[in-house]
Design a protein around this ligand. Structure first.
Ligand code: ATP
Ligand code: MG
Length: 160
């Protein structure tokens, strides 16, 4: 199905408004983001992806942090980025965070709650969409998680 991923992101933001407010985190869509970004994907699954990424961005950010969602529209695709100003991920852990139950800081993660499944689910969903999730991170500065979705169904790309 086709849907506007900006609108989906706005709904996820509404869902997390309270959690963000409690930590004084500014949760928003980038002011540079396009007004609309249509993608061809499974709405429910992509809702899960954005939910898991925003959940992490808030969970692993300190008070007064910023979580920003942005979209880049190319000829054929939309790249969605969830950016945080949180604790970041040490390079030696980056490769493993998409594994089931893997958590960077076991003792601290226990305090924060969760099972370590969020990113494994994200990875699986992006595989189902024949795409992938990517991450860049700088410890102490923050992280950016991004994923790419097609604007149109495969058969539409090459015309009728
Ligand atoms: P769950 O999602 O099941 O509630 P979780 O958040 O610990 O638990 P994942 O979402 O899979 O599990 O994330 C795995 C680990 O990757 C986290 O425990 C954390 O160490 C690290 N991580 C994920 N997202 C971020 C982020 N935005 N900033 C810093 N570290 C992160
Ligand atoms: Mg998580």
């Amino acid at each position: 199905e086709s849907f506007d991923i900006r609108q989906l992101a706005e709904e996820v933001i509404d869902q997390f408004e309270n959690k963000a407010e409690k930590k004084d985190i500014e949760l928003k869509i980038s002011k540079h983001a396009p007004e609309q970004a249509m993608v061809y994907a499974d709405w429910q699954r992509i809702n899960q992806v954005v939910t898991n990424l925003v959940s992490n961005a808030i969970k692993y950010s300190n008070k007064n942090g910023k979580v920003t969602i942005d979209f880049e529209v190319t000829n054929s695709h939309v790249i969605t980025r969830v950016k945080d100003t949180g604790e970041g991920i040490p390079p030696e852990h980056i490769k493993r965070i998409f594994e089931r139950f893997y958590r960077v800081d076991k003792s601290r993660s226990r305090e924060k709650g969760g099972t370590g499944l969020g990113l494994a689910i994200v990875k699986h969903i992006m595989e189902v969409h024949k795409s992938k999730v990517e991450v860049t991170s700088e410890p102490g500065k923050g992280s950016v998680f991004s994923f790419k979705l097609p604007k149109k169904a495969p058969e539409q790309v090459s015309g009728e």
